[in-house]
Design a protein around this ligand. Sequence first.
Ligand SMILES: [Zn+2]
Length: 216
Amino acid sequence: MIQLIDIHTHCYHEERLNSILSHSALDTEIPDDVRYISLSIHPWYLTQDNISLQLQYIKNAISIDKRVVAIGECGIDKVCDTPLGLQMEAFEEAAMLARDNNLPLIIHSVKSSNEIIQLRKKIGEDSIWIMHGFRGKKELALEYIRHNINLSFCEKYNTEALVALPLNKIFLETDESKLSIDEIAAKIASDYGVSVEKLKKEVAGNISRCFPFIGL
Ligand SMILES: [Zn+2]
């Protein structure tokens, strides 16, 4: 049985040892038994006053904490009150840090696919980007794939978009869901029309290809 890595969660429990906890400088301290961390600079909590503190925290943590395996979530959210220019600045900085440190970037996007793709072209399309909690339509999913952007699925998603994707572009996460990663895998396998074992094998392969610091 393959034990899948949950690439994005905010709800850390001991039984979720195989999760990547999304953590920012603004959160409470990381519990000692957390195995993997992604360093977040979330658009919702970003202000002119805390942007440099958060970026400095990320730079520092990358160099001292071996549990860091990704950057994010970070990104652009047009429905929140944070000024767009500030969000773009933080996202671009985070994307450069990810690229320069060979870390995958886990992205939060709300109504901002144009900005994300623009920045993708600017930063370069070879680094690993993963849209987290993807719920968009098939057309958008395929547009992201054209720019070599991967998609991560949680409990809720557009099935037509899911089945349009090749398995080598798919990741799974629990985010804030109460479902376990195995329950999410079972739901997605059934909607995709493959066995759970086949799905897990593919996703585990994607993780070992895209997360160079997992398992070290
Ligand atoms: Zn999240």
